[in-house]
Design a protein around this ligand. Structure first.
Ligand code: NAP
Length: 241
């Protein structure tokens, strides 16, 4: 039996974890909800870098690492590759494809917060769907702007910012209602891919709004890469049968 270390923190990782029996381990950073209804073991918290993960792999006799972390969680993906090399076990990765702009979309690509804030100066009511990063900049909001920041963590807003602490999936109807109530003039997003948070892009398209998209980070090549959960589980079942 090949013991799996599954690195998660995404809805897709949870789908994989639900297929794993008690011999396998699902690992979470500890920032979000920790499921308590899984058959597999769950561990929470960092390993202490790639060296710590390599020690864990060896100590726990892991035979396969599966990186199903978020496409913007570049550090843990790099650690997974280094650790599995050091411990001489294969590393598979779920690499969810990004969204593609469609006809009529006005995406503007940025690499970092500095580029983003220059581009945003022309707008008044951005909707941020980048996670928690904007929370560190709430004191720097220009007087002509009012921000809506949607992220998982509850956080206090201020006179120029409202925080919507909520988690997807988000429906088209819900996004339409939010956009019409708040009159956003730009959407700021990661190119996460998948269907759970895609509706905002459809509503931006319907309303002719620009989207500022944070470019995906470079991720290391894994030993095998899969575009979706079914493909990955199929490959695992083939090698374990
Ligand atoms: P990151 O920058 O790539 O990782 C930072 C550190 O967190 C890692 O070096 C590792 O600590 C620990 N870590 C991350 N994922 C872990 C896991 N599955 N199990 C054990 N330790 C983990 O990651 P991040 O961008 O902060 O994201 C943290 C977690 O949230 C990830 O698991 C990711 O899948 C999930 N997530 C991220 C985003 C996003 O936009 N970044 C969105 C949705 C979900 P050590 O070095 O000490 O091992």
């Amino acid at each position: 039996m090949m013991r799996i270390l599954l690195l998660g923190g995404t809805g897709d990782a949870l789908k994989i974890a639900r297929q794993l029996g008690p011999d396998h381990v699902y690992s979470l950073a500890g920032l979000g909800k920790v499921p308590d209804d899984l058959a597999c073991a769950v561990r929470v918290g960092g390993f202490g870098g790639s060296a710590g993960m390599a020690r864990y792999i060896e100590h726990e006799r892991i035979g396969l690492v599966i990186d199903a972390t978020h496409p913007y969680a570049a550090q843990i993906s790099a650690n997974a590759m280094q650790a599995s090399r050091a411990a001489r076990v294969p590393c598979w990765a779920l690499r969810r494809p990004g969204w593609q702009p469609q006809d009529g979309d006005a995406w503007r690509m940025v690499d970092d917060w500095r580029e983003l804030s220059v581009l945003l100066a022309a707008f008044k009511r951005p909707l941020f769907t980048l996670g928690r990063e904007p929370l560190a900049h709430l004191d720097d909001i220009p007087p002509h702007q009012f921000w809506t920041v949607r992220c998982l963590d509850p956080h206090e807003g201020n006179a120029r910012a409202r925080i919507l602490a909520t988690r997807g999936p988000f429906t088209l109807e819900g996004e339409r209602a939010l956009f019409s109530a708040e009159a956003f003039d730009v959407v700021v997003s990661k190119n996460s891919g998948g269907s759970a948070t895609e509706a905002k892009l459809e509503v931006a398209r319907e309303r002719g709004l620009p989207v500022v998209m944070l470019r995906r980070p470079e991720l290391p090549a894994a030993d095998r890469e899969f575009g979706d959960v079914a493909e990955l589980l199929g490959a695992w079942r083939r090698i374990s049968s």
